[in-house]
Structure formats: C-alpha cells, structure tokens
Design a protein. Sequence first.
Length: 175
Amino acid sequence: MEFSESIISYYRGEKGEAVILVLFGILVFALLSTLLWKYPSDLAKGLTYPVSVFILIAVFAGTFNAYNNQKRLNEFPARYLDNREAFVEAEFRRFEGDNGVNRWWLPLNIAWTLCLVIGVALYFMKDGYYSKGVALGIVFLGFSGLLIDGFAKERAEKYTGKILLEINAGKRKNQ
C-alpha cells in the first residue's frame, strides 16, 4: 500500500468513527430521554448527569472530528504529493511530538479506568437508587471512553507505523 493510500485510509477511519460517535450519542440521548419519560425512576434520574456528559462529548467531539478529518481528507493527499518529506515529517510530529496524538493514550486510559473504578466503588458504597444510577452512569462513561479510544489508538498506532516506514524509506533513498 502506498503511503498516500495510508493517509486516506487512516483519515477515513477517523471520520467514520467520528460519525458513529455522533450517532451513538444521539441514540443514547434518545434512550435516556425515553427512559426518563416513559419509566421515570430514581435510577434513571441518577444516570442523567454522567450519561449527559457522555452525550455532550460524543456529539461535540464527534462533530468536530468528522469535520476536521473530512478537511484533512480533502487537503492531505495533495499536500503529500506536493512535498512528501515535509508532509511525512509534519505527520510524525503530530503523532509523536511532545503533544502528539500518541502521547494522550495513557492519560486518557487512566481517566477512563478511574471512571470505571469510581463508578463501581460508588455503586457498592452508596445506598439508594439515585446514587446507584449516578454510579452506573460513571461506569458507562468510563467503558465508552475505553472502547472508543481503543479503536482510535489501534488506528493511530498502525498509521504511525506507516509514517515510520515512509520516513525510513525516504532515508534509504537519500543515502
């Protein structure tokens, strides 16, 4: 696979995940709204705040990422063809630089795991269905974050590998 195809494949995958994230956020909103409307309970009310945080993250981050990645799909292949070496170097910095994409996976995984641990702990430590709803909502937030970022991390690491192969191929050509 040519590196230009890797660019398109990666950013299509990112855009696709972003669209799925928005749709999932909307679905969760519809389910939560139905639950609160048709079957109101303290447990459902407790779910509201943490699940609303997820919905906001899903819809806003998904929309932003879908837009951004479509923009990259429109621009990056041509930028790569214009100056392959500069493009590959910029992508390497974007993924492996000080604030690069791949530097965020550990802190994000820690945050999502903390949500899981805190949610489970609250579930067993607190009485009352409202508190248990909050706890389950926090668990949902943590699980969703790990799941979504798991797919994103896998794609990012594969793309980073392609970037490194392209850098090494360029070095061999220059020798």
